[in-house]
Design a binder for this molecule. Structure first.
Ligand code: CO
Ligand code: ZN
Length: 335
């Protein structure tokens, strides 16, 4: 599991450019699926047929990650950029980025590091730049429209692991592992790896329309409230089990679905917690509002420092998320 996560988090896959991630995931799910396909946007669907007595369940994890897009090139060879998704403005200084062609650059801003030391206000994003080491415009290996991701390599801390992009490659890994372990299910389950979540759940909207599921579940990370002075009071803790979503900015999880997940967790002695997130949302919000409405919810992997230079998750939370999903999908009479 750790190796799989390690492999997935270090792949290049900003929103709209998920192909490298999709290729690797496809390799893993192909032997496990009864049917596999993609759509025009790039969503990947891996279907596992049920015995015909159950429901049609869509499980979604997003392949894309946050990044930056070059908006303008200066004569000096410095690159101006804009954000792809919600990027960590406060912690951008000194962060490295990597483009699709493996060009690496460093982020700084017109104020330079001195501004930071003097405690000045951070400049607007338009005054930040990427330096890829080019002496002039003519030397640049990248240009306008090229997209880079943050360089945040994987570190194995033992029970806890550190990297960028756990949001949501760890969800992708959970879907793959659940697919591996799910031997029998009355349900038809479509393991859906979505695109462009970070830009406003765009891929999931299309996928949910296409699939018209009875039940939809997103598997994504959720911020925790267990580090000093969290932005907002949050009950979710790292290492305390999968967080069963009650509500976030984009949705109220279907109470019956939430209750079914809680019940299964209790029956199987799987630790769990309830999640109320006052900022952000997941693919489940788009799934819920598809067509004439879908019974939808989410299971979240607790994650410290979401959308910062490093994110942290706990292996036991990941394992328990897989256990919860496998148990849920194996049950009859849900939703
Ligand atoms: Co995110
Ligand atoms: Zn996410």
């Amino acid at each position: 599991m750790k190796d799989l996560i390690h492999e997935l988090v270090e792949l290049y896959g900003p929103s709209g450019f998920e192909e490298p991630v999709r290729k690797v995931i496809q390799r893993y799910v192909e032997p496990l699926a009864d049917e596999i396909r993609t759509d025009a946007m790039g969503n990947l669907y891996a279907l596992k047929r049920g015995d015909g007595s159950g429901r049609r369940i869509m499980l979604a994890a997003h392949m894309d990650e946050i990044g930056v897009i070059v908006t303008q090139v200066e004569d000096s060879g410095l690159l101006r950029f804009s954000n792809v998704g919600t990027i960590p403005h406060k912690t951008l200084l000194g962060l490295r980025v990597r483009f699709a062609n493996d060009t690496v650059g460093l982020i700084s801003h017109d104020g330079g590091i001195k501004a930071e030391i003097r405690g000045q206000k951070l400049p607007d994003l338009g005054r930040w730049f990427i330096d890829v080491g080019a002496a002039s415009k003519a030397d640049l290996p990248v240009g306008v429209g090229d997209v880079a991701v943050f360089v945040r390599p994987f570190a194995d801390l033992g029970e806890r692991i550190l990297a960028g992009g756990f949001d949501d490659r760890v969800g992708c890994a959970v879907l793959i592992e659940t697919m591996r372990r799910l031997e029998e299910s009355p349900h038809e389950v479509i393991f859906t790896f979505t695109v462009q979540e970070e830009l406003g759940v765009r891929g999931a909207r299309v996928a949910a329309f296409d699939l018209a599921p009875d039940i939809g579940l997103a598997v994504d990370v959720t911020p925790t409230g267990d580090s000093p002075k969290p932005d907002a009071p949050l009950a979710v803790k790292l290492g305390a089990g999968p967080a069963i979503k009650v509500a976030d900015r984009g949705m109220i999880a279907h109470p019956r679905l939430r209750q079914a997940l809680v019940q299964i967790a209790e029956e199987r002695d799987i630790p769990y917690q309830l999640e109320v997130l006052s900022l952000g949302s997941t693919d489940a919000a788009a799934i819920q509002a598809a067509r004439s409405g879908v019974v939808a919810g989410a299971v979240s992997i607790p994650c410290r420092y979401v959308h910062t230079p490093s994110e942290m998750v706990a292996m036991e939370d990941i394992e328990n998320t897989v256990r919860l999903l496998t148990a849920f999908l194996g049950e009859m009479g849900i939703g």
